[in-house]
Design a protein around this ligand. Structure first.
Ligand code: GAP
Length: 472
């Protein structure tokens, strides 16, 4: 792990953002728990996504489907057949490896690549030098059983993507919400993959959360027109693909991610998932390289056609004007809440050698600031009485309780004020309200801004208005 990752992993654990699951039992590999600050951060990410993708649009509706679904869905979707990783086993030491961990590649593991590097070159086990088995396909879906009997007939899959529930509910949602194409259905929820090589903290795990939106559109060319605030109606799948690409990139920028750390990368034809006609990833420049945080996919009519075929339910729609029937195409935007949380954490992280102030006992120590945006900061305001004395703490607690009605507030009365500012900076708290002995006289408090460290003296009676303006 790079040193920046080590610092983030350590901070995340020490301050209660994210830490390994089941640690008192020796932990469960690749599973993580979000602590008090982590759950606030992740909830803020998910709410920002929901607001941008559902609540602020009249053409996208939401859904929250069950994780366990009819097993035939995964046959229809192609996941039973095609959602696999290539694996080899060592015949001597019995260790199992993903093919690209034996022969490194940055590109896709195509059949040609596998033939050239494994069938022809016959590499040896990297652990013991033993002979390797031919490549086998390993399905990444996790299975479980419903009911008291565990046999083939009771197998169900833990969904590997949230998208499929949207396709199978497409018809009922379209009709019940009286939507007409083009429109979208969005969902946030858990997905599971039995990844062979999980790693890089919460970047690749076996249980994770996705934020997905499926945009249903007519396949034939239509004229683009602008309506309302630059909204595109009609439009071809290709035009909508470009529209959603831009929208999704802007979402990360609006939430403060540095522009130079984001880029688009179009997938090569032989990298594409079995359902995709075209895929462009939004990549973040992680300490371990440029990696995907979100995919924008043109899925054509693959999913709805297959579900029509496998379920027997016709999922085509009728064009009101031409009376022609067609299966809609889908443009998908698919982001990972956990991967995105890692990108936001890394992007916000700043270490200032020697600290920003020299007037406290904590001076000269390196100082860490998480520069989260207003929307994402897990704690918005810290309330810090200068002393623990009852006359100050009672005023401070009242202020904290009032502010807590609107924003997330942390109350802290231990250690020197310099130390407390640093603790708050380290978790990205936006403002600190200090209550001092003068407060008892002039009924005013000092508000310190995390980034500028500028201090304002504000009347207690004006505090709510002051912060309402700040959080507008
Ligand atoms: N429905 C399309 C789909 O699932 P994907 O590219 O496989 O596409 C979309 O996944 C996003 O889900 C990724 O960009 C990533 O953010 C997240 N994701 C996928 N696998 C993950 C894993 N093992 N751990 C954490 N996040 C993951």
């Amino acid at each position: 792990m790079t040193s920046q990752m080590e610092k983030i992993v350590s901070l995340a654990k020490r301050r209660g953002f994210v830490f390994p699951s089941s640690e008192i039992y020796g932990r469960l590999e690749s599973c993580y728990d979000y602590g008090p600050l982590g759950v606030e951060l992740k909830n803020n990410i998910k709410s920002a996504w929901w607001k941008a993708m559902v609540q602020s649009r009249e053409d996208v509706v939401g859904q929250d489907a069950s994780i366990l679904m009819h097993p035939k869905i995964w046959e229809a979707s192609g996941h039973v057949e095609g959602f696999t990783d290539p694996l080899v086993d060592c015949k001597s030491c019995k260790k199992r490896f993903r093919a690209d961990h034996i022969v490194k590649t940055d590109g896709p593991m195509t059949p040609q690549w596998m033939k050239k590097n494994f069938e022809d070159k016959k590499p040896k086990c990297p652990e013991c030098g033993g002979e390797l088995t031919p490549i086998r396909k390993f399905n990444l879906m996790l299975k479980t059983h419903l009911g008291p009997v565990e046999d083939e007939g009771t197998t169900v899959y833990m969904r590997p993507e949230t998208a499929q529930a949207i396709y199978v509910d497409f018809d009922i949602i379209m009709k019940s919400s009286r939507k007409r194409l083009p429109f979208g259905i969005a969902q946030i929820g858990k997905a599971f993959r039995n990844e062979i090589t999980p790693g890089d903290f919460i970047f690749r795990t076996r249980e994770f959360e996705q934020m997905e939106m499926q945009w249903f559109v007519k396949p034939s060319p239509q004229t683009l027109s602008q309506e309302g605030e630059g909204r595109v109606r009609g439009g071809t799948p290709e035009e909508w693909f470009e529209y959603w690409k831009k929208k999704r990139m802007q979402w990360y920028l609006d939430l403060g991610i540095k522009k130079e750390r984001l880029r688009f990368r179009e997938q090569e034809k032989d990298e594409l998932a079995h359902y995709a006609k075209k895929a462009v990833d939004i990549e973040y420049n992680f300490p371990f390289g440029w990696k995907e945080i979100e995919g924008i996919h043109n899925r054509g009519n693959w999913d709805l056609s297959r579900h029509s075929e496998y379920s027997g339910k016709d999922l085509s729609v009728m064009d009101e004007e031409t009376k022609e029937k067609y299966i809609p195409w889908v443009i998908e935007t698919s982001a990972g809440a956990d991967r995105t949380a890692l990108a936001f954490l890394l992007d916000a992280y700043e270490e200032i050698a020697g600290g920003r102030t020299t007037t406290t006992e904590s001076a000269k120590e390196a100082e860490t600031v998480l520069r989260f945006s207003k929307t994402l900061a897990p704690v918005k305001i810290a309330v810090l009485p200068l002393s623990k004395k009852e006359e100050l703490s009672s005023v401070a607690k009242n202020i904290a309780n009032d502010l807590r009605k609107h924003w997330t507030v942390d109350y802290d009365e231990t250690a020197s004020i310099g130390r407390r500012y640093r603790r708050q900076d380290e978790i990205g708290t936006l403002f600190a309200v200090t209550i001092d002995f003068e407060t008892l006289e002039d009924k005013k408090v000092t508000v310190r801004d995390r980034d500028t460290m500028k201090q304002d003296r504000v009347a207690i009676s004006e505090l709510e208005k002051y912060f309402s303006n700040k959080f507008k």
